[in-house]
Design a protein around this ligand. Sequence first.
Ligand code: MLT
Length: 405
Amino acid sequence: MFKANENYLKLPGSYLFSTVAKKQREYSAAHPDKKIIRLSIGDVTQPLAPAIIERLHSAVDEMAVAETFKGYAPDLGYEFLRNTIVKNDYIDHGVDISADEIFVSDGAKSDSANIQEIFAPESKIAVCDPVYPVYVDSNVMAGRTGTYDKETGLWSDVIYMPCLEENGFAPEFPKEEPDIIYLCFPNNPTGATISKAQLQEWVDYANKIGAVIVYDAAYEAYISEDDVPHSIYECEGARTCAIELRSFSKNAGFTGTRLGFTVVPKDLKDANGVALHGLWARRHGTKFNGAPYIVQAAGEAVYSEEGKAQTKAQIAYYMNNAKVIYDGLKAAGYSVSGGVNAPYIWLKTPDKMTSWEFFDYLLANANVVGTPGSGFGPSGEGYFRLTAFGTYENTVEAIERIKAL
Ligand code: MLT
């Protein structure tokens, strides 16, 4: 008789955002007259920008003509997109990355879950706490962790780096030496950032101990302050210790269109001198048949003059929402952070409520859905995340309702 992968059985409950959505559906079914405002999952609400839509249409037309029709995409991505990405995101900023180090994918979520495959099963992972759940869950599925302790909310064989108010929600070097370090800045869920000097310390640390940093920069387009790095490759020595994940979801509204990329520098080698670039290429070639042509063509349009201006305006729109949330909650007496270089606002739950108690309270009394901080890890307990990705009108209304509580 066959047996299921027991590692999956170690995972508690369902994926965080599935649980949140289920609770919302149940509440809506029981209270059909209530208008619920969803500021939970970081999903965009603005339509794709006109320059992107125009290119999507023309790419669809190309698919209707034999001469311009495209079958399988190259598994590492079309050259036109890889060249455009590398020029705009790296070379123009003085960052040394080449087009053949860019691997186009269907988004940063898949890449952040899949990247662990190219490391030895016994590798020790270090994660921030709270953390985007995909990094941990994907390692659990791969059998790289021990067991989950319901009491503490921690996995054995995982190194946690608590990100608390006391340390500005920035991780400190762990006592135990990790092999793989997951960092995400601007951070999901706290909205915190670290300076270039702080990130340089992480790069130096990783190079010193021979660890690799998986750097999730999905929210880099939201950075508004000067000293905050947009890419880990702005730091000296990052080519020998870092993989970077990027997304089109948050900077250009591709959450439903799916496009992202991962950077694996050729200088990144393991203890035996094996280049990870070749391994990721092998993995991509075997398990992925490329992001659709029409989506990659649309991705290129993000970098056109119109595309850049239009997506910049969308980001400004969401960051205005972030300010509405931040200022409104502050005025209502909440302790709030994030929202300046990131579309997430991280607040302390009032009256010593747990994160899930506050979730239920907010849903029942303000009909607003957010994400409980404890869903991102035990250090998120007593915190709550709201996103700036709603519409302006809904954001204003949600904050008015919260203020009125
Ligand atoms: C979030 O809400 O944390 C994000 O939307 C998750 C994701 O990007 O997959």
